[in-house]
Design a protein around this ligand. Sequence first.
Ligand code: NAD
Length: 326
Amino acid sequence: MSTFKTRFTETFGIQHPIMQGGMQWAAKAELVAAVANAGALGTLSALTQPTPEDLAREIQRCRDLTDRPFAVNLTLLPTLKPVPYSEYCAAIIEGGVGIVETAGSNPQEHIDVLRAHGVRVIHKCTSVRHALKAQTLGVDAVSIDGFECAGHPGEDDVPGLVLIPAAAQRLSVPLIASGGFADARGLVAALALGADAISMGTRFLCTREAPVHDHVKATLVANDERSTDLILRSLRNTARVARNVISQEVRAMEARGAKFEELAHLVSGQRGRQVYATGDADFGVWSAGLVQGLIDDIPTCQALVQRIVDQARLLITQRLQGLLVE
Ligand code: NAD
């Protein structure tokens, strides 16, 4: 099968220029291994595992399901309970994982430890200045996350159409474009904007292998590009989530000046975990991007990756080439 050779595929030894984002509560071994077996870069979510020992077991479980490389995402953002980050890093290193995606705040202390053990680091961030900072810290690649993304888009609100080329023209390390990607059109656009790969979260959440309730997947298919809310904006910890009863309540409380302590029980990740487990899409907040408007099926990871690569090739060789005139 033909594919694309980019600095991402070369640097990380991955067949296709496609990565799966490390989604809280969903990026578990069965999804990550399916993505890896489809020739893309799968990413386990470290904090989905309640303890570093659980992460070590999940890494082993993933290894039992694939012999391809995969990554672990380590998100560095405020949490309700303190996270023993060094112990999670130790589990990653001892588990022999070769690629880590850091995200959130400055990853310096973790980068130094991980790189000293030969782990390659991708830092995901939402602004060019943070991308440049990560590059000076020695990361192997940057994932730049546009305002379209699910989860935490930062506070600058710059969508990918501007953010990706703005990052590409300043960075020298490989660049992964995230936020708003779901199909071949996005891949071709990202490559044209200067990226070396795309990273997709919400799209991979809506695959057969994603370990979330079928009703969540049906909700993603039914939703459109207007079906998200930005919450926690008043605390400068903005999160883009699927719009539902709880996200609307949180927004109303924020508009009235509510403090985080009043919101915590509503935005707690544990409630979002229940959404994925039970399929009750209104039980808590759960991350989803604008890209819901581009999702209308529930394929296997293999079928999804294959079709993106095949259609990207056709898009370039037929549609785009066909538009050229001498
Ligand atoms: P959690 O239950 O500890 O917190 C729920 C939400 O409240 C999170 O968005 C968190 O950042 C925010 N928060 C916690 N304490 C806060 C404070 N003092 N001030 C402002 N905001 C605060 O988190 P969780 O849902 O178990 O998630 C664990 C980690 O993964 C967090 O860092 C979270 O931000 C991140 N996350 C990532 C994704 C993703 O798709 N990448 C999705 C959900 C959460």
